[in-house]
Write a protein that binds this ligand. Sequence first.
Ligand SMILES: Cc1cc2nc3c(=O)[nH]c(=O)nc-3n(C[C@H](O)[C@H](O)[C@H](O)COP(=O)(O)OP(=O)(O)OC[C@H]3O[C@@H](n4cnc5c(N)ncnc54)[C@H](O)[C@@H]3O)c2cc1C
Length: 482
Amino acid sequence: MNDHADATAERAPVPAAALDAIKQALGSKGWTDDPDIMAPYLMDMRELFPGRAALLARPAGTDEVAALVAICAEHGVAIVPQGGNTGLVGAGVPHAHGGEILVNMGRMNKVRAIDPLNDTITVDAGCVLADIQEAAADADRLFPLSLGAEGSCQIGGNLSTNAGGTGVLHYGNARALVLGLEVVLPDGRLWDGLRGLRKDNTGYDLKQLFIGAEGTLGIITGAVLRLFPKPRRIETALAAIPDPAASIELLARLRAALGDQVTAIELMPRIGFDMALRNVPGTVDPLRGRHDWYVLLEVSATQEGAALRDGLEAVLATALEDGLVEDAVIAETGAQRDQIWFMREAIPLSQKAEGGSIKHDISVPVSRVADFIAEADAACIAAMPGVRPVGFGHVGDGNMHYNLTEPEGADTEAFMAEWERMNRVVHAIVERMGGSISAEHGIGQLKRGELRRYRSKTELSLMHTLKSALDPQGIMNPGKVL
Ligand SMILES: Cc1cc2nc3c(=O)[nH]c(=O)nc-3n(C[C@H](O)[C@H](O)[C@H](O)COP(=O)(O)OP(=O)(O)OC[C@H]3O[C@@H](n4cnc5c(N)ncnc54)[C@H](O)[C@@H]3O)c2cc1C
C-alpha cells in the first residue's frame, strides 16, 4: 500500500546480553516476552501493520527509561516508544522483523503536580489523556486537548503526534499546550526541560523538536502542560446546511458575533450520518428530515448567564433566514449535547462495518475546504465509479478526514489495493491547494512515501540532519517518519 519496504528490512536479533541487562534494570514487573500478553501491543489500531518485538518493556519511572535506553544505545538495539497505541499511521508498533524493543509507557501514569495559579499541570508521559482532563477539572481548570481516543491515548503519544482533535480552533493543537518537557535522549541521557514558563527565550526551543517527532528523537517521560479557565457555560448546536461552504460562512458569522468563544466546529456529510445510524448502536438522528450536510457548533464562556446562548441563537436565526442553515437544534441538556457529539464520533467508528476504507487526513486553508471536497469527490468518483467519499471533521482548522468507503458489493481486498492510486488522486488536489497530506495523525509507516513525495529536498534534508544529530545510531523508532 505504501512505500515502506526499507522500514521492514531485516534487523539483527536483539543480543541476549542486552535483553538480560534490560530485564535486570526493569525488574520482573517491568517487562514481558509472553506472546499472549504482547499481542495487542504489536498490532496497530487499524490492523495495517502487524509487528513483532524481542521484548515488551514497561518502565515504571524516568530512571528506568534512561537505564533501558542506555543499554539499547550500548548494544545498538532499536527502540519503539509506545503510548496508548491508538495512533492511526503505524508509528507506535514495531516492524515485523522482531529485532526491536517495544517500550510501552503505561505504567508511568502519575500526575506529578498541579499549580493552579501558574495554570499548569506536570504529568508523567504515560498519563491517559482523560485522566489529565479529570485532574484539571478537579482543580477547577480545563485541559482542552480532546479527541475520540482520549480514554486510552497517553499524553506522551499526544505530544509525539502533536495531536489535534476538537479543541484546536480555540486552544491550538498539542504543541500549543506544552510549556516544558522531560526527555530521555537516544544515548540514554536525560534532558530535564520541565519548566513552567510562558516566556523563555534562551536559545533554541528544544521541546518543539520532540513534539510531533513520533518517538524518533527520544522518549518523552514527563511534561508541563498549560491549563485554562474552566468554561461555566457550553452551548452545542447541530445545524443542517446545504453545502460545506455554508459551514465556513457560519463560522465567520459566529466569530464576528462571539469572538473566540467559538470552541468547536465539525462538518459531517449525510452519508456519514447514514453509516453511523446503520452501524453504531445508540446513535439517533438529531434532526427531522434528511439534509446533505451537517455542522456541529460549540461555543463556550467562562461566565454564567444567557448571553452565550442568545448570541448563538441570533446567528442561527439569521442564517436560517438567509438559507445558510436549513434546520438546527441547540442541546437543552448535557445528555442532548453528548448525543450530538456521539453522532460526530460515530462516523469514523461506523466505517469498518461498511467494508474497506481508504483514509486521508488532510488540511487545506479553511477558505478552500469546500472547493477541496467538491474537487476530491468528483475526482475520486471519476477514478473509481461507485466509491463512497465520506469527508468529515475539523472544518474550522481546514482539516478533513477524507475517507473513501468501498463501492457497495466490492471486493474489499481489491479495493484496499487501490490505496496508493487513490492517494495520488486526493493528495494531488491537496498539494495544488497548498495543503498537507497529514494534518494531525502524523507520518509513521503509512505515509513515509507520501512525505518524500510532498516535502521539498531542503525540508527532508533538514529533517535527516536533525535525526542524525540526535540519534546517530538510528535506534529511536527507526523506519518511522523518515
Ligand atoms: C477513535 C479515534 C479518534 C482519534 N481522533 C483523533 C483526533 O481527533 N486527532 C488526532 O490528532 N488524533 C486522533 N486519533 C489518533 C490518536 O489517538 C492520536 O494520534 C494520539 O495522539 C496517539 O496517542 P497514543 O498514546 O495512542 O500514541 P501511540 O499510538 O502509542 O503512539 C503514537 C506515536 O507516538 C510515539 N510515542 C508514544 N508515546 C511516546 C513517548 N512517551 N515518547 C516518545 N514517543 C512516544 C510512538 O512511538 C508513535 O510514534 C484518534 C484515534 C482514534 C482511535
